[in-house]
Design a protein around this ligand. Structure first.
Ligand code: BGC
Length: 727
């Protein structure tokens, strides 16, 4: 396997997409795969994990740091920059085994050809460091100028987030301290530059009007390339009270670029030693799945033990840098089985944000924990009540994602339970995990309604995973997950009691569990979950079958504007059976053991033609369910869709004037789920891990490592044999 992707398209239109596909990151930051000379217009960004700001009435979003990689060359005074100055040769490539972004570009100038080659990496060992190597060569003598700066003219969606910038300089080091609008935070960035080749000290000066930059004036000759090596550092007030001092300390240290690169590569070697997928018989699938895992590894929080993964990873400010149910339902499993520490951090993030969830429930008059739909730090819900802008009137539309997508709390409860089950680490239950699950259950308990004449508990006025149908009653997915959350709460309490009597006693005092849990046990079996109708189809919610039954294409044809929102009050899909993404199918995938294969199949057959797959979360659930009823070939195109979400790029990038593109961690994680839990059929049982394999046509072998309860295993699957080998 080559572990390399390449691209020659340097057009203006391709820049946003390339920025996603060529991203490098280390969990602390994501550096969009734009070119060295790119800036705001091409959406260049060093996106930071877990630090947010809000300007005026704009949406609260994560910060992009001033960009210390900005490097531009001038030949005879003219900037050689793509896309404005066309190149005679250009290739950008990503070594996604070692997470190194490279480019090679040659421009023709009146004096001769100038070639730039560069490499960059977000250091996997030192999460605050970035390395960049930038080499210029010429084929005729000429005057070249290199501008190496910390660019503060950066891409921001709802900025500007900095209201004051201070530059300073110390020998080869440039520093920039940016003050955040919130008045509390600061972001400090530094760049240590070392130039080698023909240049010497005399070639360097700082041009008055360009603060925060080194400018090197060079007389260059053929055969004598010049290389600029930069080691950059980023710290914020999230990391250190004095981030500038931290940057200075980091850069005053003598860093050897090559040595940093070597240890960075070793760190990636270790990641792949446990985290890669071996696949024989389908090179494209093999490359795409590992490329998806590359992206997940770039954004996995490792520098802290209490961060999760936002829906667009660290690819920018889109989706407000917020954590959605994507993390628990789609992304968690890969880390759970291959890097349990990362999974633990993701779960801990939810446990830590329980106060925000309790507060949110209370604000709506409910009890327990209602987690943020778009969760930022501290559990702050970044989701606004007006999350979509009407394309016709340009007015904000009232949406109900924040207040009605109640299934989010069940996803959180699932994560705590799955983490505990698969890792065998019960410590999180004592540290707030059991309480988190119980408070999620209490939330659903407080939502239950019974008709005066009825004998079952229902949940009304919700939005299920299919966001196009708002405020429905008895969404099958939500009700089933709510009931399961109640069971999980009972189980979590039992486990805690067994494992840590003292913590259990505290938990009982905190939650009044001994009074509440018996009530829950009495109720849980009467929570209504819609049953299959006479055709075996489970209605997505009350009244779903009465909606207009039409096709996705027909609904699309009704759009007056391609950017129109399909859901909400008068969306084109709202009054039809056409849905945005897997909903009942997700429920059946989660609880496939509770239904016959025939029911699984009938629902797949019914819902798939009615699904727009308007979310990148959808395809993997269809793929997984098809595996559950033994049709891997039916699953295959959906698996590929998920695995290729970022490999192919494209897709929806803009909603009106708002950039909504970025990477798709849920699709990446979903693809691993299909491969490991679908095709290889990995499942955790009380007796240990098992495989129920079913490989698609042509696949000769799939192998991957995984960890359960502290033991490492290797899954080896061939068309007629599946084996788990203890390592
Ligand atoms: C989907 C949600 C998802 C969110 C973030 C939306 O388009 O409908 O299910 O959580 O994107 O990925």
């Amino acid at each position: 396997m080559q572990w390399l992707i390449e691209n020659n398209n340097s057009s203006k239109e391709a820049a946003p997409d390339n920025g996603n596909r060529f991203l490098v990151g280390n969990g602390y930051m994501g550096i969009r795969g734009t070119l060295d000379e790119h800036g705001r217009d091409q959406l260049a960004a060093v996106n930071l994990a877990g630090i947010y700001d809000r300007v005026g009435d704009g949406w609260r979003e994560p910060l992009n740091a001033p960009n210390p990689l900005h490097t531009v060359i001038y030949a005879e005074g003219k900037a050689l920059a793509l896309p404005e100055m066309e190149a005679v040769h250009h290739v950008q490539s990503l070594d996604f085994y070692h997470a190194i972004l490279m480019r090679k570009t040659t421009w023709k100038t009146p004096k001769g050809a100038v070639t730039v080659e560069s490499r960059r990496f977000a250091d996997m060992v030192h999460p605050h460091l970035i390395g960049q190597e930038f080499t210029v060569s010429v084929d005729a003598p000429m005057e070249i100028q290199i501008l190496a700066e910390i660019d503060t003219d950066i891409w921001e969606i709802y900025g500007p987030h900095y209201n004051k910038i201070e530059y300073s300089r110390e020998n080869d080091n440039l520093y920039c301290l940016a003050y955040v609008q919130n008045g509390r935070d600061q972001v400090a960035v530094g760049r240590k530059c070392r130039i080698s080749g023909q240049a010497d000290q005399n070639d360097r000066f700082e041009r008055g009007e360009k603060a925060g930059a080194f400018i090197y004036d060079l007389h260059m000759e053929p055969g004598k390339p010049v290389t600029l090596k930069s080691v950059c550092a980023v710290y914020t007030t999230n990391d250190e009270a004095e981030p500038l001092a931290a940057v200075q300390a980091a850069l005053r240290e003598e860093h050897d670029f090559e040595a940093l690169l070597d240890t960075h590569k070793e760190a990636w070697d270790k990641i792949w030693a446990v985290g890669q997928v071996e696949l024989e018989g389908d090179d494209m699938a093999r490359d795409c799945i590992n490329y998806s895992l590359y992206h997940l590894n770039c954004i996995a929080p490792r520098h802290r033990n209490d961060l999760s993964i936002p829906a667009r990873g660290l690819s920018g400010q889109t989706y407000k840098g917020a954590v959605f149910w994507d993390s628990e339902m789609f992304i968690l499993d890969y880390f759970l089985y291959t890097q349990p520490e990362v999974a633990k951090s993701m779960v801990r993030y939810r446990i830590d944000t329980l106060p925000g969830a309790l507060e949110k429930a209370k604000s709506y008059g409910w009890q327990g924990a209602f987690y943020a739909w778009e969760s930022q730090e501290g559990g702050y819900d970044g989701c606004s009540d007006y999350n979509v802008t009407d394309v016709f009137t340009k007015r904000p539309m009232r949406t109900f994602f924040r207040d009605k997508q109640v299934h989010i709390s069940a996803a959180v409860a699932r994560a705590v339970m799955l983490y505990t089950d698969v890792t065998g680490d019960v410590s999180l239950l004592a540290k707030g995990g059991a309480r988190t699950v119980l408070e999620c259950a209490r939330f659903y308990y407080s939502l239950l309604v019974k008709r005066a004449t009825g004998d079952r508990w229902e949940i009304h006025d919700v939005i299920g995973p299919d966001e196009y149908h708002e405020r429905v009653n008895n969404n099958a997915y939500t009700n089933k997950m709510a009931a399961e959350t109640c069971r999980w709460a009972i189980k979590a309490a039992e486990k805690l009691k067994e494992s840590d009597g003292k913590a259990y006693a505290e938990f009982c005092v905190q939650t009044n569990a001994e009074e509440f849990l018996p009530k829950l046990s009495q109720t849980v079996n009467s929570i209504y979950v819609p049953e299959p109708n006479e055709s075996g189809v489970i209605p997505q919610f009350d009244g779903y079958a009465d909606l207009e039954d039409t096709t996705v294409q027909e609904v699309r044809n009704r759009l007056l504007d391609p950017r129109e929102y399909w859901g909400g009050a008068y969306g084109v899909a709202s009054h039809t059976q056409v849905i945005k993404q897997a909903d009942v199918v997700t429920m059946l995938e989660m609880f496939h053991g509770d239904y016959s294969q025939e029911i699984l199949r009938k629902n797949w057959d019914y819902y798939e033609p009615r699904t727009e797959h308007g979310s990148s979360l959808s395809a993997c659930m269809y793929a997984l369910l098809a595996c559950r009823f033994g049709e891997p070939d039916q699953a295959y195109p959906f698996f590929m869709k998920s695995a290729q979400a970022d490999w192919l790029g494209g897709g929806k990038q803009w909603a009106g004037l708002v950039y909504i593109g970025g990477t798709h961690p849920a699709a990446e994680g979903g693809a691993w789920k299909v491969l490991a839990e679908g095709f290889a059929g990995l499942e955790w049982t009380d007796n240990g891990p098992i495989l129920r394999a079913c490989l698609p046509k042509g696949w000769k072998r799939v192998a991957f490592r995984f960890c359960c309860r502290g033991k490492w295993y290797r899954a080896e699957v061939e068309p007629d044999a599946a084996e788990i080998i203890e390592l």
